[in-house]
Design a protein around this ligand. Structure first.
Ligand SMILES: NC(=O)c1ccc[n+]([C@@H]2O[C@H](COP(=O)([O-])OP(=O)(O)OC[C@H]3O[C@@H](n4cnc5c(N)ncnc54)[C@H](O)[C@@H]3O)[C@@H](O)[C@H]2O)c1
Length: 262
């Protein structure tokens, strides 16, 4: 038996008047859900980004039509490329007249035992998931420092805390995202910027269902006390809390979005 999914709650104005930038937001997962949620929470403008141009264009149109907000723009960015990151933040700063909230959603995983791991596979997962989050955070901190305000929300994973076979690269990257969040938050506090992370266990969406074996998903759902994975918007809700003034006294924290048994 699984605990039933609650009704989708309409926005509470948590991001009223804010501007938002989200990476990896053109998929079917947490990134797009966070973008939609940010608009529902009243943000005045939003830039969504992704490595995949076709999907990104569709996502921009979908976000506009599903929410009615016109101040929506898309910009292609591979977070593993420093020039892309600088161009994205420059574009978003201009489009929004200053970015108030950055959500670092981009992260990549594969399933591979360590003894079969090639350097290239290890490096790619680390470069997108950890280094990509670092590049975005570093550049955004430089910009937010000038204004003395801003919020950054990173997307980690419970695998940054817990062990799972064939996930050493992804788990190491997510543990790195957690450490980066804590350390960068201390530096950013000096100039009024908060940095926190959400740590989901399992958020099921169509792309994940297509790429992960059915038995693995069933096993992972079985580990959840609720007997189901999170809806992507349930993770997005935690991101909205971290992005909003409701978490004004939180920085350097990693908030688990999970019902995993200990
Ligand atoms: N879904 C889960 O169960 C789960 C659990 C824990 C953590 N997470 C983390 O949540 C984040 C979002 O994952 P999701 O599964 O919800 O999918 P998502 O739809 O939010 O993200 C996938 C998108 O990332 C884009 N992307 C891939 N490489 C990129 C790159 N180098 N630069 C920019 N964009 C890139 C893809 O094109 C795709 O559109 C990831 O960081 C993931 O590690 C997910």
């Amino acid at each position: 038996m699984s605990v039933k999914i609650p009704e989708y709650v309409a926005g509470h104005g948590l991001l009223k008047g804010k501007s938002v930038l989200i990476t990896a937001a053109a998929g079917a997962g947490i990134g797009f859900a966070a973008a939609k949620r940010a608009v529902e929470e009243g943000c005045r403008s939003i830039v969504i980004s992704d490595i995949h141009e076709g999907r990104l264009n569709d996502a921009v149109e979908r976000l506009k039509s599903e929410t009615g907000l016109e101040q929506v723009a898309g910009k292609v960015c591979n977070v593993a490329v420093e020039d892309d990151v600088q161009a994205l933040i420059g574009f978003a700063e201009e489009f929004c007249g200053g970015v108030d909230v950055l959500i670092n959603n981009a992260g990549l995983g594969t399933t591979k035992s360590l003894i079969d791991m090639e350097d290239a596979e290890w490096d790619k997962v680390i470069d997108v998931t950890l280094n990509g989050t670092m590049r975005m955070t570093r550049q955004m901190m430089r910009t937010m420092k000038g204004r003395g305000a801003g919020v950054i929300v990173n997307n980690a994973s419970v695998l940054g805390w817990r062990a799972q076979k064939e996930q050493s690269h992804y788990a190491a990257a997510k543990a790195g995202v957690m450490a980066l969040t804590r350390c960068a938050a201390l530096e950013a506090a000096d100039f009024g910027v908060r940095i926190n992370a959400v740590s989901p266990s399992l958020a099921v969406h169509p792309m994940l269902k297509k790429s992960a074996p059915e038995e693995l998903l069933a096993e992972l759902e079985g580990r959840e006390a609720f007997g189901r994975g999170a809806e992507v918007w349930e993770v997005a809700n935690v991101m909205m809390f971290l992005a909003s003034d409701y978490s004004s006294y939180l920085t350097g924290e990693i908030i688990s979005c999970s019902s995993q048994r200990a």
